[in-house]
Design a protein around this ligand. Sequence first.
Ligand code: SF4
Length: 336
Amino acid sequence: MFDGPLLNIVDLVKHFPLGGGVLAKPEGWIKAVDGVSFSVSRGESFGLVGESGCGKTTLGRLILRLIEPTDGRIEFAGQDIFSLSPAELMPLRRRMQIIFQDPYSSLDPRMKVDAIITEPLRAIQRLTRNQQQNAAAELLEKVGLQKADLDKYPHEFSGGQRQRIGIARSLCVRPELIVADEPVSALDVSIQAQVINLMQDLKEEFNLSYVFISHDLSVVQHICERIAVMYLGSIVELATTEDFSRTPRHPYTRALLQAVPLPDPHHKTASFSMEGDVPNPIDPPGGCVFHPRCPYKFDRCSLEKPPLMEATANHFVACWLNQGHGMTNVERQMTN
Ligand code: SF4
């Protein structure tokens, strides 16, 4: 068995053409993913977090090779997925599955739960009807539903129950990696915790790795061992969850963390707010992409893009304040 990282992403780029036509030149490019690199180990939950439009969903689709990259490489268990033919890709598809955001639109309303869950299984294995039903019933019970639910249609379930059906479907082919794209954001807050806890239990039981995509930092902090923060197509900070929560280093991360509500009314955090909105990805700012919104910017920030560098052990940051050894005056100001 390959003993390197289960998923290895190297300098991944995805630019979408804007306007133009089959023969006409595009009028511009949307830089959805712009030079992203990270790896995910077997059994790890890796969180990708950022505001809407930061490129995290495009990245999820690239990992599953639902779209082709502009440049860069993705290796799954040591195999470059973009170099594989459709026939060679088939066995890999079984090993990577997705859980979608919207449990209402991701399940075909005309299919019974039995058919929904076994659909991926039928595509890759010849099983008798009885074997299919037993597999589906077993999975339904694992996700907290009942065998009798096999005979029902999606509209007979609540949002949380539908997401459990989506999870059962993704597990049907015994994958190694699941890309969960905002899996709880469409659910009531009271149901979100149940589904997150279920995903955590299933991770242990099925020895899964997750790439968990969310705009909600508190959800990602709860389930992931490492977190990468994306902003305008680039990773600006990557660290273990503990490090990330204790000593966030990028100004954008600090702003995201401050937006997470705390249950303690007496807890006080230093006030810090971002200026303006996320810039247009068609014409991203030069230098540090965060500089138009950053209260700590200085001359160099608008001129040179900071690379993602290791600031402390296994804690990577793309910010000029963190590139030197020892604290600068501005960094002291940021950490006070
Ligand atoms: Fe702010 Fe400059 Fe750091 Fe960018 S590089 S986050 S603009 S201080």
